[in-house]
Ligand binder design. Structure first.
Ligand code: GDP
Length: 299
């Protein structure tokens, strides 16, 4: 029930629309598939993934002479589950002495806020946490993160605005080693003016932390604003090409009914969604849970 709140809007729209179809269709036919495609597109599943879903549903339906709407829905849920599970979602683990996590994403995606939410998340698990304000690009990002850190009672390692993020990252790593910190969260800048530039910047950040702490960064999470829909997806592609994104934090799910983006991310980018953001507070973060997600669509 707690998780479900994250998909309330998805439930109210995609779930509701699918339910409404029950009154119109006795089974799967062309009109059904057409309307299903529209519902999927309206919830940001994307055309490629929507077509794939409909194609699979059609194939499944062909095995039966008649099929009730309820069965059609249960087939649909099976297909969505398969589609989701075809890309593995490795369990999140933090086995290193210091686990370095990079947060990447464009300005305004909710990176800094997600960083605050993660501080809270890890602290609640009893881990020691530090943050590095390496987003030296966006004006105010450093202060914003420092304020969160203060409020949440963790140390924030910071440099000056417009300074080289790599130097503050090195400071952060050294501080984490001295203080035996379990989790080091790094809020990095994602300047998207061109891919080459982004690639160079991220590569440099990887190099410097890798020199300080073996294997670091251990996780690279891309913060994606769920309200930007398919646009967000193309941004994600650029980041994916520029660096080894290992997971997605889908922010602002409280503000959108377009929960279908989760499926598009999995199907197109093959990156697991690990967390969803549900508001502006530090407590507004939930681990992504496939069952509650599917439940919100089907019930
Ligand atoms: P950054 O530029 O990527 O660091 O973005 P911020 O963390 O500053 O977030 C941009 C705006 O989105 C801020 O006003 C945040 O309060 C807001 N925000 C971030 N995450 C969420 C979320 O999950 N839900 C809602 N409603 N707002 C969010």
């Amino acid at each position: 029930a707690v998780y479900l709140s994250g998909f309330k809007k998805t439930k109210d729209s995609m779930g509701q629309k699918l339910n409404d179809m029950a009154y119109k269709y006795k089974g799967i036919n062309d009109e059904f598939l057409e309307e299903l495609t529209i519902v999927l597109l309206e919830s940001d599943v994307g055309i490629e993934t929507a077509d794939e879903i409909c194609e699979r549903l059609k194939r499944k339906a062909q095995q039966y002479s008649t099929i009730t709407f309820r069965y059609a829905m249960s087939f649909l849920m099976e297909i969505l589950q398969d589609l989701y599970n075809e890309t593995p979602s490795p369990e999140l683990e933090y086995p290193h002495e210091i686990n370095v996590i990079f947060l990447v994403g464009v300005n305004g995606s909710g990176k800094t806020t997600s960083c605050a939410k993660l501080i809270r998340y890890f602290k609640d698990q009893g881990k020691s946490v530090g943050v590095v304000a390496a987003d030296t690009f966006r004006a105010g990002a450093i202060d914003q993160l420092a304020r969160w850190a203060d409020k949440l009672g963790v140390t924030c390692i910071k440099g000056k605005e417009q300074s080289d993020p790599s130097s503050v990252l090195v400071d952060g790593c050294r501080w984490a080693k001295e203080n035996k910190i379990d989790i080091l969260l790094c809020d990095t800048a994602g300047r998207l003016q061109n891919k080459q530039n982004l690639m160079n910047e991220l590569a440099k950040m990887h190099r410097v932390v890798g020199r300080e702490i073996e294997g670091a960064p251990h996780h690279v999470w891309l913060v994606l604003d769920s309200t930007t829909g398919q646009n967000g997806l193309s941004q994600a592609k650029i980041f994916q090409e520029a660096t080894n994104v290992s997971g997605i934090i889908l922010s602002k799910m409280d503000g959108t009914a377009k929960g279908g983006i989760v499926l598009a991310i999995k199907n197109i980018l093959h990156i697991p969604v690990y967390f969803i953001g549900l508001g502006e507070k530090e407590t507004d973060l939930r681990p992504f849970d496939l069952d509650s997600y599917l439940y919100s669509i089907s019930e």
